[in-house]
Structure formats: C-alpha cells, structure tokens
Ligand binder design. Structure first.
Ligand SMILES: Nc1ncnc2c1ncn2[C@@H]1O[C@H](COP(=O)(O)OP(=O)(O)OP(=O)(O)O)[C@@H](O)[C@H]1O
Ligand SMILES: [Mg+2]
Length: 413
C-alpha cells in the first residue's frame, strides 16, 4: 500500500488525421492530486474528459508529456508498468476464454513467479518438477504433484475465491459465467497479486443496474477490508458519490475539484461541479446581486442570507449565477420572493415527485423540483416555487467560480 502523487501532469497526443493533422491535442492539463495511502479515490467526469488517459499514465501504459507520478516516495514516471506494483481492472475485463476461473486468477501470480529461480521456490530442480507434474497430471487430483510455487499460488487463489465467493465456480470457463461473476473473477485476478495500488476503469459498465449496485458495495467493502489504495474511474456521478471517500471531478482534461462527496454536494467550487454532482441536476438562474445585498432576477428577488454577507463586501451591482438544487425548492404562494412556473412533466417515483416545470418568459427556462409527499399535480398547472434561501449557491457569471471561494468585491458592473 502506498500513496499516489500526481504532480503537474500534462498529456498531449499528436492528431493523426483531419484538418489538425500533425498538431498536438492537449488531453490533460496541470493535473495535481494526492491519493492517500489506503484511500478510495474516484475520478469522475463526462466522456472524453481524460479519465482513462490519466489512469493509463499512472499504470505506465502511456507516458506523460510533462509532470511526475510518485507511488509512495518513489518517482515511477519512467518505470515500465510491471515495475510499478499496480493492478488494473478494465471495462472489458478480458478473461482468458480457454482458462477456467482458477487459472484466470492464478495467471498473474504464475507470471510473477515465473521469473524466480527454481531454487528459490522449490527444493527440486525445475526440470524434474515439470516432469513430475506432467506425469501425475492424469492421476486423480489428490495424487498430483504440486511444486512449492503452485502450492503457494493455490493458497492465494483459494483465499481470493473465498473473499469473492467464487469457490464453487473455480472450474468453470468464462463463457459459463454471468457478467457479475466474470467481473468478480477479473477483480480476483487483480487482488491475488496484492498490489500497492488498484486502478479500475469503469469496471462495472457491462453490468445491469441491480448487479451494479450489488457489485458496487462489494468492491467498496473489499477495498476497505484490504486497505489497498484505489483509483476508480466512472462517468456515473451516483457511483462516484456512493463509492468514493474522495472524488476528483474532471472536465476537459482538468481536475475541477477534489473533495469528499458531501463537500462536493454542499460546496461545489464552480458551475460545472454544481451541475454534474446531484440528480436531478441543480437549477441555474442569471441574477444580479444588488445593494443592499439582494438577489434580483427578472421574476423574483430576496435578501441574501446572512452567511453570504461575509463573502460579498462591496455595494456595486454584480452579475452572478444563482444555483438551487431541485430538493431545495418547495411549493409556495404568490410572493415577490417566489417564482411562478408551469408544470410540463410529472415523474412520480412513489416516495418523491419530480416536477419538470418552465418559467413564464418569452424563452422559458426549465426548472426541476423534487418534493416529498403525495400531492396531486396536473400538467399545465401554474404553481409558485419557493427557494430554501439558506441553500442557494452563487457563482461569478463570467468565471463560473463559486463566490464562496473568496471574498468578492463587486466592481465588475
Ligand atoms: N491515443 C490517442 N491519440 C489521440 N487522442 C487520444 C488518444 N487516447 C485518447 N485520446 C483523446 O483523449 C481524450 C480523453 O480520452 P479518455 O479515453 O481519457 O477519456 P475518458 O474520460 O476516459 O472518456 P470515457 O468516459 O468515454 O471513457 C479524448 O478526446 C480522446 O479522443
Ligand atoms: Mg474512459
């Protein structure tokens, strides 16, 4: 086990075709991140944001354009993959189809020990061992000759199989396994190697929703049990929120924010993180912040809650973006503080209701509301929405950065 440190990583690929042929395409920019020893870190972000590339750099399957990668205290930037002591589980877990579960799990271990001199792992010369194994192969299992290495591998495979509940499947070929079982074998193969670091790239994307939820908790429990530093890639924010001790949210090759799930939810650093984390997503409105600290929108206005006053000092107008999560909106009455909308779609989930509404403007804007209870709504009905003002988020309209991050002096308008 070890911490993983990424220092100012940049990665560009040469463009191979099209108009930009010959140019460099920047895929990762100034990535800095420290994954603590034993931590479960999730990398999350939309497709193409550079998650797999970052993982492949850590694994040593790609080289960095600049920057350093440290595992523990060792700089591994220029080490080949096999010298980095990591195990990687991919989206396509690529089990060897002709090997049964046992041999698939044992495969990596055999490769690791193949380099050892026979004298280190066995009392007999290697040639003699091979011959004995060959000769006894056709006999009943109890009479097979096993080398010391094979005995050691057998112990490991049995332990991993027990951990992942694969004991009864050890003789099966991959084609006779369900998706979830194949997934567990791929994990088993990685675990058996007892690496310092696990890298997992969307390992569950081939599973159905139920199996995913099940495997999700299994992976988390297993990781806690083994305490192996893990970097897990997904584009699914629910998966990220439920699995990660910390989450690094990526967009366009950059880490937007790295924090605990609750920190990301309550204090998103910018509009991207605010909109990416949470379902249904946060609603945004263009507003002005006016003296004396009022939030003014074309259709509603209210006094900024006290805790914001610390961050908003000056008395000039400022263009900002107001963010409010669907669960922090309730049904209210006519008031200048509330927003009138029309209901377009109702999703009744049983325990809660999602209302997809739109503002009554020339170019209407969608507002999503998430409420508890059994109230009956009608499509086309006009309702007043009341914001939980303590829960609002404010972002700079231009930079999209949270106004919480620093004291903002309103001088831009
Ligand atoms: N070998 C390569 N040559 C050129 N461009 C590449 C290469 N590998 C990746 N890219 C580009 O780098 C960007 C990031 O790709 P990457 O696979 O890291 O994204 P990702 O975040 O893992 O996406 P997904 O969620 O779809 O798997 C993409 O625009 C991709 O086209
Ligand atoms: Mg990917």
């Amino acid at each position: 086990m070890a911490k993983v440190t990424l220092k100012d990583i940049n990665k560009s690929f040469p463009e191979r075709g099209g108009k930009l042929k010959g140019n460099e395409v920047k895929v990762l920019e100034d990535i800095g991140l420290e994954v603590k020893d034993g931590e479960f870190m999730v990398l999350v972000g939309p497709s193409g944001c550079g998650k797999s590339t970052l993982l492949r750099l850590i694994a040593g399957l790609e080289t960095t354009t600049s920057g350093d990668i440290l595992i523990g205290e060792e700089n591994v930037t220029y080490l080949p993959p096999k010298k980095r002591d990591i195990a990687m589980v991919f989206q396509n877990y690529a089990l060897y189809p002709h090997l049964n579960v046992y041999d698939n799990i044992a495969f990596g271990l055999r490769r690791m020990t193949a380099g050892l001199k026979a004298s280190k792992s066995s009392v007999l010369p290697a040639g003699l061992e091979k011959m004995l194994m060959k000769v006894t192969e056709t006999l009943p299992k109890d009479f097979h000759y096993n080398s010391a290495t094979e005995t050691h591998i057998n112990q490991k495979v049995q332990k991993v199989a027990e951990l992942l509940q694969l004991e009864l499947l050890l003789n099966r070929l991959p084609k006779d396994l369900s998706g979830g079982q194949k997934q567990r074998v791929a994990l088993g193969r990685a675990i058996a190697r007892n690496p310092q670091v696990f890298l997992m790239d969307e390992p569950m994307s081939n599973l159905d929703a139920t199996l995913r939820a099940e495997t999700r908790s299994q992976i988390v429990q297993l990781q806690r049990q083994l305490g192996i530093t893990t970097i897990y890639v997904t584009h699914d924010q629910v998966e990220a929120m439920t699995m990660g001790e910390r989450i690094a949210v990526m967009n366009k090759g950059k880490i937007q924010q790295a924090a605990s799930p609750l920190e990301l939810y309550h204090h998103p650093a910018n509009c991207f993180v605010a909109g990416f984390i949470g379902t249904p997503p946060m609603n945004f409105f263009p507003v002005q912040i006016d003296y004396p600290l009022q939030i003014v929108h074309r259709q509603f206005n209210f006094v900024i809650p006290d805790h914001w006053k610390h961050y908003l000092k000056e008395n000039k107008k400022k263009a900002a973006t107001l963010g409010i999560r669907p669960e922090h909106i309730s049904i209210g009455n006519y008031s200048r503080e509330n927003l009138q909308v029309k209901i377009n779609l109702i999703e009744n989930l049983g325990n809660e209701i999602y209302l997809f509404t739109e503002t009554l403007e020339e170019s209407p804007k969608q507002v999503i509301v998430r409420i508890q209870g059994e109230k009956i709504f009608k499509i086309g009905e006009k309702i007043w929405l009341s914001f939980n003002q303590e829960k609002i988020h404010l972002f700079d309209r231009e930079t999209e950065q949270s106004l919480l991050s620093k004291v903002t002096h309103f001088s831009s308008v």
